[in-house]
Design a protein around this ligand. Structure first.
Ligand SMILES: O=C(O)CCC(=O)C(=O)O
Ligand SMILES: [Fe+2]
Length: 287
C-alpha cells in the first residue's frame, strides 16, 4: 500500500479521489527552492526561540511554532495557496458554507525524537462530531526533505473508513516521503503520526490546517493574528482567519456604540478597518 503522489497541476477531482480512497495524498514539488528558502529564513528565528514539547505527544525533541500568519509574511501565500484551498473547499464544502484556518505550525522534529502516537486530528473536538461529517483537511509542507530516516509523517491509508474501535498498528502505515517543497494533504479522520527522526538533521514541516467554518479553531486565530495585524492583510486571508461571518448568523459582534442609522451589531470585518458599507450586506444598507 502507498499514498498517491500527484503532480502540482493535478485536478481537484483527482485530489479528492485520492483523499476519499486513502485519506491522504502527496502533491510533489509545489514550491520552488526560492519559496522554501524564503519560508525557512522567515520561520527560523521563531523556531530557534521555541521550546521543545512538554509531553510525548507534542514531542520532547520536537519544536512547534505557531502564529505563522502574524509572524512570518512568507507563510501567508501558503495559507491561501490555490491548490490547498481548492482541495480544502472541495473536501469540506459538503458540510459548511465557509471553511476557516484551523492551525498554523511549523513542526521541527529534532534528531532522536521517537515516533508520535498514531491518532486522528479530529480528536481536537473530542468524540462529539458525527462520523459522517468530515471536519478538517490538513496540509504539511515539506520545508526539508521528508525521508523514512528523518521522520516523514506516517499515514494508514484508508483508516478514515475504519470502525472507530479498530486499533492501529504502525506496520499498517506508510511514510509520506517527499522532496522539499512538496505537500502532504490528509484528512482529519485518517490515522497518522509524526515519524521518528533517526537522522542527524531536523525534519521541518509546516502544518497548515483548515476546518469547517462553524467549528472552534485549534489555534485561536483572533489572538494569534489580532486586528492590528489582520487589518493589513488580504481579504482572502482575513476571511480564513475568521474576520468575516461564518454564515448569515455566525460571528457578529456588538459594536461599542450605536452608529447613526445603522444597527449596533457588526460583522467582524469592521474590526479590521473595512468600511461598514463593505462589511454589511446590501439588504441592511437598504440598497
Ligand atoms: O509532524 C508530523 O509529521 C505530523 C504531526 C501530527 O500529526 C500532529 O502533531 O498532530
Ligand atoms: Fe496529527
Amino acid at each position: 500500500m502507498s499514498l498517491q503522489t500527484l503532480a502540482p497541476n493535478a485536478a481537484t477531482e483527482q485530489i479528492l479521489g485520492a483523499l476519499q480512497r486513502d485519506g491522504a495524498c502527496i502533491l510533489r514539488d509545489v514550491l520552488d527552492p526560492a519559496e522554501v528558502a524564503g519560508i525557512r529564513a522567515d520561520t527560523e528565528p521563531w523556531i530557534e526561540r521555541s521550546q521543545t514539547g512538554p509531553d510525548d505527544f507534542t514531542g520532547r525533541k520536537t519544536k512547534r511554532t505557531g502564529a505563522l500568519v502574524a509572524r512570518c509574511p512568507s507563510c501567508r501565500p501558503i495559507v491561501t495557496h490555490p491548490l490547498a484551498l481548492a482541495a480544502a473547499r472541495a473536501f469540506l464544502g459538503p458540510y459548511c458554507e465557509r471553511i476557516q484556518l484551523h492551525l498554523t505550525q511549523t513542526i521541527d522534529i529534532l534528531p532522536g525524537q521517537k515516533a508520535q502516537a498514531l491518532h486522528r486530528d479530529r480528536l481536537a473536538w473530542g468524540g462529539y462530531l458525527p462520523r459522517e461529517i468530515e471536519p478538517q483537511l490538513n496540509t504539511i509542507w515539506a520545508l526539508t526533505e521528508f525521508t523514512e530516516e528523518n521522520g516523514a509523517t506516517h499515514v494508514i491509508p484508508g483508516s478514515q473508513h475504519w470502525d472507530p474501535a479498530r486499533q492501529p498498528d504502525r506496520k499498517e502505515s506508510v511514510q509520506a516521503t517527499m522532496s522539499e517543497g512538496s505537500v502532504l494533504l490528509y484528512t482529519g479522520s485518517v490515522i497518522h503520526a509524526g515519524g521518528a527522526n533517526r537522522s542527524p538533521a531536523p525534519r521541518i514541516g509546516m502544518n497548515i490546517t483548515y476546518c469547517l467554518g462553524w467549528l472552534r479553531q485549534e489555534e485561536n486565530q483572533y489572538l494569534s493574528c489580532p486586528p492590528e495585524i489582520a487589518r493589513g492583510l488580504d481579504q482572502e486571508l482575513t476571511d480564513l482567519l475568521g474576520y468575516t461571518m461564518g454564515n448569515y448568523a455566525l460571528g457578529y459582534y456588538a459594536a461599542p456604540e450605536m452608529l447613526e442609522g445603522l444597527p449596533d451589531t457588526l460583522p467582524p470585518e469592521f474590526a479590521i478597518g473595512r468600511s461598514i458599507r463593505d462589511a454589511l450586506p446590501n439588504s441592511l444598507l437598504g440598497e
